[in-house]
Design a protein around this ligand. Structure first.
Ligand SMILES: N[C@@H](CCC(=O)N[C@@H](CS)C(=O)NCC(=O)O)C(=O)O
Length: 295
């Protein structure tokens, strides 16, 4: 039941409000003082289920679906409307250091989906105490309704499923995982360069990554995104687009804004993601970087 509910939550979030066919407003159900959370969820869900439904989404249509299709779906709905749903379902506190590192894609997923989360940036001084309380002594940890969840990509994948960002089919979801893991391989090489303490070795590493690994991976990603008409998977935004946007942003930070000119599809994807109002708002309020605590 829980899985079914969350699936519907994502699906419905896309079509809630802003939809010309949606005859139901926020006040028809959902969060109200005096209602317990379960009642709120059920009311919220049943409200949207009878509202408007997309049939071209990643989500299996409910068996009793009436076939009511929203006449004017636009990507913008998704990130604007999930916020309301999330308030009625889960509370999120993301604990990580004040750097992009292994949490930036999680922050992008929240931002893109328009879901509120507590973006806790743990300082060097706070870390030793907090470390003892984390499940495996590492961050990020996402606290979901009071429960600690470690592992960045497990967290990101879970949220992507919750917010309908894993594509239309299981195959799409698999492709997202493949791309995210491949981006992780590239990220690891880039991180190695940044972490190398010996300046001579760092330059050697940097030269190798710049000349070999980055062009190897980026040209492949460029082709994939070009072939998919601007998306890394399928024909809609998925969490792998968001992970890619984070990495491309980092790439531009390292090599300058012109560096992406030879990868026009990747550049376009990154710019589109960064132009999404919720992502833009997150980027504008994102605090400046501070160093990672020593490990
Ligand atoms: N596989 C884990 C790795 C987590 C990890 O290595 N976290 C580092 C920061 S990127 C950390 O917590 N370092 C501090 C420490 O180990 O004390 C994930 O992806 O979440």
């Amino acid at each position: 039941m829980a899985a079914e509910r969350s699936q519907w939550k994502s699906c419905c979030a896309r079509s809630l409000g802003n939809c010309p066919d949606d005859k139901y407003s926020e006040s028809d159900g959902g969060a109200k003082p005096g209602r317990n959370p379960t009642e709120q969820s059920d009311l919220a869900i049943s409200r949207v289920l009878v509202g408007c439904e997309r049939t071209d989404t990643a989500h299996t249509p409910r068996p009793e679906a009436t076939g009511s299709v929203c006449s004017d779906w636009r990507p913008g709905w998704f990130y604007r409307k999930t916020q309301k749903m999330s308030i009625q379902h889960e509370s999120y506190k993301l604990q990580y250091f004040d750097v992009p590192g292994r949490a930036e894609h999680i922050r992008y997923i929240f931002a893109y989906a328009g879901v509120d989360f507590d973006d806790v940036r743990v300082s060097k001084d706070q870390w030793p105490e907090l470390k003892k309380k984390t499940p495996f002594g590492k961050l990020p940890v996402l606290v979901i309704d009071g429960k600690d969840v470690p592992q960045s990509n497990a967290i990101a994948r879970y949220l992507a499923r919750q917010f309908g960002l894993t594509g239309k089919t299981e195959w799409d979801a698999l492709q997202c995982d493949v791309l995210v893991d491949t981006l992780g391989d590239l990220q690891e090489s880039v991180t190695k360069v940044m972490k190398e303490p010996d300046p001579i070795k760092r330059e050697e590493l940097r030269a190798r990554v710049t000349k070999e690994e980055l062009p190897f991976y980026l040209s492949k990603f460029e082709k994939i995104v070009k072939d998919n008409g601007g998306y890394s998977v399928g024909s809609d935004v998925t969490w792998s687009d968001l992970v890619l946007a984070v990495l491309l942003d980092q790439f531009e930070g390292m090599y300058g804004r012109a560096a992406l000119n030879i990868y026009p599809s990747l550049k376009g994807l990154k710019e589109r993601i960064h132009d999404v109002p919720n992502v833009k708002a997150y980027l504008e309020k994102r605090p400046p970087r501070s160093p990672l605590p020593r490990q």
